[in-house]
Ligand binder design. Structure first.
Ligand code: G3P
Ligand code: CA
Length: 258
């Protein structure tokens, strides 16, 4: 008997607010993270990149164009330049003045209030970012077991590097639809992920009951992204997933065992 999968079966359903409660407030801002806390999500997710002068900042795209009033690559702008941008108005005028947060100020603000799912976004653009994130966690005692933070990436080499630097922090592999559409996520993939990862977090369109069972059999949990409506949430509940990564945290509360 696999006691691991039994433990997974009985554990609490995990509600992750994607880029914060990004259905309600501008993604990757304090407004969206506060909303996730207010809605009692278990985690919020965020995307980490790095400024020209080496500061870790939270933004999804590799340019500032879509989610701020500025233009240009994140890596070509200094923290001061990034901080001068409005990261809220694009979403709604009432969020005018929201700033791009740093990872450090975000960990300080939310540590002990809500758990955090940290995505290393395009880490190949930012050599050494794994070490830098690990240092930010260590400084705040977030490097202890207990799932206070999880680190994930689509770049599985980067996830492995982070895991080697800080094995006490659980890590997840993200799986995009495009990368796995043809083969699905096979047992061979899962065996390789299971060597270092605790979570397999795929695009929801890759997920069915069979995949969930196989992820559990390999001793990992599965948190699909990105759920935006009730019918998607219900299909994933039926498939037996361990939680959801969603723009609308209330969707996870319709889970039958929540
Ligand atoms: O946490 C999963 C999800 O954030 C991955 O995709 O594009 O929203 O960063 P993306
Ligand atoms: Ca993300």
């Amino acid at each position: 008997a696999d006691t691991g999968s039994e433990r997974i079966h009985h554990s609490k359903f995990i509600n992750v607010a994607h880029r914060g409660a990004s259905g309600y407030a501008p993604e990757n801002t304090i407004a969206a993270f506060d909303k996730a806390v207010e809605m009692k999500a278990d985690y919020f997710e965020l995307d980490v990149q790095r400024s020209k002068d080496g500061q870790l900042v939270l933004i999804h795209d590799t340019t500032v164009d879509r989610t701020t009033n500025g233009t240009g690559a994140v890596k070509d702008l200094t923290l001061k330049e990034l901080k001068s941008l409005d990261a809220g108005s694009w979403f709604d005028e009432k969020y005018a003045g929201e700033k791009i947060p740093t990872l450090g100020e975000t960990l300080d603000r939310y540590r002990g209030k809500i758990k955090i799912l940290i995505e290393l976004k395009s880490p190949s653009l930012y050599p050494g970012i794994e070490q830098q994130v690990a240092e930010e966690l260590a400084k705040r005692n977030l490097d202890k077991r207990g799932d206070k933070v999880i680190v994930q990436s689509f770049d599985h080499e980067s996830v492995k590097r982070f895991h080697q630097i800080m094995p006490s922090v659980p890590v997840g592999v993200l799986a995009s639809y495009g990368s796995y559409r043809d083969t699905g996520i096979t047992d061979k993939h899962l065996r390789s992920f299971a060597q270092y990862a605790d979570f397999v977090n795929p695009n929801k369109d890759l997920v069915d009951r069979d995949l969930v069972k196989r992820v559990h059999r390999h001793g990992m949990k599965i948190l699909p992204y990105t759920v935006r409506d009730e019918s998607a949430a219900n299909a994933l509940f039926d498939a037996g997933v361990d939680g959801l990564i969603t723009d609308f945290p209330e969707l996870a509360y319709t889970h039958p065992h929540k």
